[in-house]
Design a protein around this ligand. Structure first.
Ligand code: COA
Length: 558
């Protein structure tokens, strides 16, 4: 089939559908939903058999749905209608929710249903539910709908429905003097990613994101009690909550303590060491140990790793390497493993060039520490996605295990032609060959977990269910294996031989020469791209590598 993905942006769900449909032999192209005229142009060029809309912010016009089969992914159960489906379900504390693929018609979300699924709804951030449960269900529903369309013997049914309006800030408002912690947490979770909850901190208006429960600390309701690294703690009537990120009026999303320098005056509520705290609290790096395996979880918001986070993770890793264990697992966070340097923090810096430079050097220091670790076998276990430098930081480990369903973007060029570092010039060709590395870097396309293993970039794709525990079991098998010592010896020998052939320092210097041009040179593409990425500027065109129908030599089959 010729399938046009019509989407507001090429988000993780759109990426996943793109890759899954292509791997099933469909011809897939992408057009961003910019204007009706642009979509019409795409339709005239591509002549799709199907328009699939994974993520839209406005309705498809009648002029299009009346001529083409248009299937829309709605993040709600059958019969649910409206633009804030997931927000209402999370805020209302529903115990299950779902995804429906329906045909576009005049009334939004009211068309005949082609596929639908339900799932248990976790008490978690909306962005996390979207990237996990919603995406998994949407991919299965999207693929089922395509199969049904192809088979030609399926009649989609209409279901009676109920429309829920757009959730407004008035619906999200928090009363810190009265509301219990659970209700506030549900509101913050329901707004996470976008739009956040409009509130105030230090007497100034802002939107709150990235809430974490706190089990032990208490204070006067509404009062900001203290800070830990980049988060602030705020008391409720029956407990307290950490706020990790905020967006001040007219600004972009930042770690709370960076957005509000007033936080410097707060008491520091630091945790001792790296061990995972026994009770819920804000802890972005947490170490656990069992059966000779040390595991580092690092739940950095959105997978972005600022200079300070790289430094702290490096310290935590170096400490883990002093433990009487044999394997260290770098498990990242549940939604992302790493998306590379922290573009928002860089954008906020007085000199974005200098901060970019500091950040990439800190990333490289971390990658180098992992690469040079000769006391332990190391495993990067990706439960969430990775992008750009994050993909190569993972490859610095001896083994990389990826959860089935995770999307990877092992390339840099989408960020204003960034050259990239993190020793990718050492790590990538060694896995996929020089031509393979060039193709990955230039195609700038997302890759599924299965594909990454098929081409040899990563080592194993593990089932989604029970991934986090499965990783620790698999790592303890490595510890028990009779050849563990030989593996460690082989690892040291290989590092020594590679170092003799070309020192890590040489790779680093060469990559950083290119990065210096990106950061400080006359071509400002990286700075412009970063600005638009951070500002979430709307797209004004679809990149050519996605809109294949706009290639000059694109031909539809007769
Ligand atoms: N720095 C800061 N924020 C980042 C980030 C980074 N490196 N990577 C992702 N984010 C943020 C996004 O701004 C977005 O923020 P939101 O909370 O306002 O929604 C959130 O993470 C999710 O990103 P999104 O692009 O919506 O997720 P996705 O799953 O659709 O796409 C990527 C994932 C990796 C393809 C995409 O986020 C990306 O291209 N990131 C930049 C990678 C990069 O160039 N890093 C720098 C070079 S090392």
């Amino acid at each position: 089939m010729r399938i046009l993905l019509l989407t507001h942006s090429f988000n993780s769900l759109a990426q996943r559908l793109f890759a899954e449909l292509r791997s099933r032999g469909h011809s897939v192209s992408v057009e961003f939903d910019i204007s009706d005229a642009v979509t019409e142009e795409a339709l005239a060029l591509f002549k799709p058999n199907l328009i699939l809309a994974p993520f839209l912010k406005r309705a498809i016009p009648e002029s299009i749905w009346s001529r083409y089969t248009c299937l829309v992914v709605h993040p709600g159960v059958q019969g649910d209608r409206g633009p804030s489906a997931l927000d209402w379900a999370i805020q209302n504390g529903n115990s299950n929710w779902g995804v429906t693929v329906l045909q576009a018609e005049a009334e939004m979300d009211a068309g005949p249903v082609w596929a639908s699924e339900t799932f248990d709804l976790r008490a978690a951030k909306k962005s996390s539910v979207y990237r996990n449960e919603v995406t998994e269900a949407a991919v299965r529903c999207g693929l089922a709908a395509v199969e049904r369309l192809l088979a030609g013997n399926f009649t989609p049914q209409r279901v009676p429905g109920q429309a829920h309006g757009l959730m407004m800030q008035a619906d999200r408002a928090i009363d810190w003097q009265r509301e219990p912690t659970g209700s506030i947490l549900a509101k913050l979770h329901a707004a996470d990613g976008f739009p956040g909850v409009a509130d105030t901190l230090f007497g100034e208006p802002c939107h709150l994101f990235d809430a974490w429960p706190e089990a032990a600390l208490r204070g006067t309701p509404g009062e900001v009690l203290g800070r830990r690294e980049t988060a602030v703690l705020r008391a409720t009537v029956d407990g307290a909550l950490w706020i990790g990120h905020v967006k001040r009026a007219g600004a972009f999303k930042l770690p709370a303590t960076l957005a509000f320098p007033q936080a410097d005056a707060l008491p520091e509520l630091l945790l001792e060491g790296w061990w995972k705290a026994p009770e819920p609290t804000w802890q972005d790096i947490a170490y656990t140990e069992s059966d000779g395996v040390g595991t580092l979880d690092f739940a950095f918001y959105n997978g972005a790793m600022a200079t300070g986070q790289c430094l702290r993770l490096r310290l935590a890793f170096a400490w883990a390497a002093t433990r009487p264990t044999r394997v260290i697992v770098l498990r990242g966070g549940t939604d992302f493993w790493s998306n590379g340097i922290h573009l928002n923090v860089i954008e906020a810096a007085s000199s974005p060039s200098d901060e970019s430079w500091a950040n990439i050097n800190a990333m490289n220091d971390l990658a180098e520490t992992v690469l040079r670790c000769d006391t332990h076998l190391t495993v990067a276990a990706l439960q969430g996605g990775a992008g750009a430098g994050g993909c190569f930081l993972a490859r610095a480990a001896d083994q990389v295990w990826v959860r089935d369903g995770v999307m990877l973007n092992p390339h840099y060029k989408n960020m204003g032609n960034l050259y990239g570092s993190e020793f990718w010039t050492y790590l990538l060709p060694a896995r996929v060959g020089a031509a393979g590395a060039r193709a990955i870097m230039q195609s700038r396309l997302p890759m599924t977990a299965q594909e990454s293993v098929r081409i040899g970039l990563y080592d194993a794709c593990l089932p989604s269910a029970g991934f986090a525990d499965g990783v620790v079991r698999r790592a303890s098998d490595l510890v028990q294996a009779p050849d563990l010592t030989e593996r460690l010896v082989a690892k040291r020998d290989k590092r020594r031989a590679d170092e003799a052939a070309k020192p890590l320092d040489a790779y680093r210097t060469e990559e950083l020469q290119e990065m210096q041009r990106n950061f400080y040179g006359f071509d400002a593409s990286y700075h412009v791209a970063r600005y638009h990425f951070v500002a979430r500027s709307p797209h004004s065109w679809t990149p050519r590598h996605l809109a294949v129908h706009r290639d000059l030599d694109w031909k539809t089959s007769p």
